[in-house]
Design a binder for this molecule. Structure first.
Ligand SMILES: [Zn+2]
Length: 104
């Protein structure tokens, strides 16, 4: 589903909805609060995306959406790709070093 703006949903007592995303979650988290809490990684992520979004656009929803796309559709995959390339490069170096050390 493609959203053109941040959805506004009502609070549902049994599941998280966009209400939790937009206003903070009142549900009992299943993961530790340092990950899921509004003051944990989740809340920090949302606040950071909001701050980045305000720098990208004066329109609050548009900037937040752009920030999400920039971070999770461009930045995150690029970092993952760079880490994969580095891991493969280190593996090749390790194999070459191992081959050199095995030579008599
Ligand atoms: Zn929730």
């Amino acid at each position: 589903m493609l959203h053109r703006s941040i959805p506004h949903e009502r609070f549902e007592p049994t599941v998280c909805t966009w209400h939790c995303h937009n206003h903070g979650c009142r549900h009992r988290p299943r993961l530790p609060s340092f990950l899921t809490g509004d003051r944990g990684a989740f809340g920090l992520t949302i606040a950071t995306l909001g701050a980045l979004g305000r720098r990208l656009s004066a329109h609050p929803g548009r900037g937040y959406g752009l920030a999400n796309l920039a971070v999770f559709c461009v930045g995150w995959p690029l970092v993952t790709l760079a880490l994969w390339r580095k891991a493969l490069s280190l593996g090749e170096e390790a194999r070459a070093l191992e081959a050199r050390l095995r030579r008599p």
